[in-house]
Design a protein around this ligand. Sequence first.
Ligand code: ATP
Ligand code: MG
Length: 819
Amino acid sequence: RKAVIARDLARLNPMQRQGAMTTEGPLLLLAGAGSGKTTVLIQRVYNLLTYGRGSDSDEVPNWATEEDLDFLEHFPDRPDGDEVRRVHRLCAVDAPRPWEIIAITFTNKAAGELKERLAARLGPAANDVWASTFHSACVRILRRDIDRIGFDKDFTIYDTDDAKRVIKDILKEQNLDEKTFPVRSVLSAISASKDRYEGPEVFRKKAEAANDWKNTRIAKIYAAYQQKLSTANALDFDDIIYHTVTLLQKEPEVLDYYQKKFRYVLVDEYQDTNHLQYLLTGLLAGGHRNLCVVGDDDQSIYRFRGANIENILNFEKQYKDARVIRLEQNYRSTQHILDAANAVIKNNEGRKGKTLWTDNGSGDVVTVKTSFNEGDEANFVAGDILMGVNRGRNFRDTAILYRMNAQSNALEYALKRNAIPYKVVGGMKFFDRAEVKDMLAYLCVLNNPMDDLRLRRIINTPTRGIGATTMDKVAELAAEQGASLYEIIRNADLFPTLKTAAGKLTKFADLIDGLRRAGGTLALPEFYDEVLNQTGYVRALEEKKDMESRGRIENVQELKSNILGFLEQDPEDATLSGFLNEIALYTDLDSVEADDNCVTMMTIHSAKGLEFPVVYVVGMEEGIFPGTASMYDEEELEEERRLCYVAMTRAREKLVMTNARQRMLYGRTSANKSSRFLDEIPAEDMRWESKPEPKFGTYDEDSFGGSRWGDDFGGGSFGGSSYSGSSGRSGGYVSGGVHTYKSTKPTAQTLRTSSRGSTPAAPSVGLIQLSQGDQVEHTAFGKGTVVSVKPMGGDALAEVAFEGGTKKLMLKAAGKHLK
Ligand code: ATP
Ligand code: MG
């Protein structure tokens, strides 16, 4: 076993080895993309566990011989295994126990990988290392002690959808108009405030001081929001970290416990931590001060979520004794790719500046391709992928990266038509499906009956004759009594206003109580069966007898695989609330898996930290990348440029960047200029196929509404909705019955996978010839009448009056759902 580790260490270059072996005190590993930062972080954990701390020469034991000391001084650059072992034997003392190490990674998946790699060498002990995201680590901390700050240990986690619903309720209660206070922007104001570790009180004071009536109003919403969450014993994603910081700051005993416990704290992707996470890191590492942070200021891409590049730039000021190690050799990419990426990022001011070199050889130059429109662009990418496969590449070697989720539409279509298997990271998630949410809501209520929001979701699903009027009355009483909905329902008999509904309400409360009792004795999977059965949820679907309901039943049953998987993975924490927490924290980012042989499509944000032999970056146009919002703002523009750097440095061997003279997005066609980032790539590092005329389109400022832009940005919320694809697209998938998703692991997310052998959806050319008055049938919206048809960019936009309302459909795209 030791030989394996020694070989790993020997593989590192001298600077990397320093990073892995300098175990004591604050350490900043600041280095460019692909220089092995994550590799070093993992190696550091191995080393600590296997050999213990320290390689400082003054720690050499007194039994060391002259010869030993001489050897240490002349430790070779590329030592062999024996030499490495010898160094360790001489220098290492006092190895930490696995649970004394916490490594914070960007995704749960990265954390899982870290554990797997440790387990392969160290055995099951590796499982005790705290390898997790900020959020999972905090949930663990809160579950132990959150009762000290006024929450119950069985708290619920609200996702973005839940949070939106709470805000909506508050707007109604406070008689505020959603137009003046859009739910989304209220939530992001609250979220930004929490990122700064500022509660409703501070928010109010600031707003009043600034004489800002709108924010003064939002302060009230914020206060009501926190109140509601607290009554429901619920936390949103930001609260998870916020309350952990509060807990650690207010409860010296708890702080002391963790500061003693964590002898080593490691954080990957440190450039993307926000203020709150920065505070947390400082608190956790405050005892032993063995804090190792790893990052790259050039890859900071979460400013819009409060990430603060200063955290990394100021690390040396904050920790005066910090060691800074820089890595300069890139092991990922070939020279041309690296030079191209370096040349682009050089245009940013105010960076720590670094040079990256590689001895991977010069490789191919970057290919840039301009197509006529987004359909041609997509076809080019598909054709190029097929060519690569013919030459022996695998589909899984390839990633297609785009700035916004909405861009995936045209690409998906082209891939399908060419029968190229692919998965979209960030499509409709399994856990976002209504029926799955329903079942999870049942489980949440069974875990924590105070969870008003979930209770409302399921009280009449399936129908139990408990209508909105009754629930309004219940809510009124709950507000009067300062009680939860459940408590009112449990005691419905006592309230005259509930008289007529009391029987039904009591029956519901009996159902919940009965199941809760069953939960006390049954194992989780059996308990789940009991829930499916007793709630009547599945029976109600069975009675519907349609395709869609059958799919829903399957999904609800599929959730059981998640429970089983969860038990396997974490048998010790096999409780209902453990399972619910686990589910709540899974994000799309965790679904990037390399096992399937298919092309991966995702936003650039989601691609952080990953690498692929072949990378396509599409939509290299002004107004797309950089986006409209950032074109006139220097700081935003620099963030876009960092994003471009991240995109380019994902490629190992082949990088292709594409754009189109004319593009339709969100149902509007526009002609954009070629992206300035392409102009920043040196001519010798690229080959521009069909370079456009100097006057390449005219930029149409109105082409992209600012608000829409915001809708699809980024990809970083934890389990939040910012990942979900454009609504039209995912909507189609839910209803179309063409979806397959994997969920064999507890962590499984839905990946929309089109497998190689399956028949690709045929382009329904005939549909484009539809005209006014034609009758159509859509798999999701039912029967409808065509109101108008407008040709548009090789497709046609049709307005169709369905029973539920008029919808605008792109006919080709909607093709497979239309008859
Ligand atoms: P990013 O900034 O994108 O997160 P990173 O700095 O974390 O990148 P890694 O992902 O750790 O870089 O490493 C990039 C690639 O280089 C990986 O394939 C890794 O296995 C390889 N690598 C790292 N160090 C070495 C080394 N000393 N010798 C050979 N390959 C290495
Ligand atoms: Mg990394």
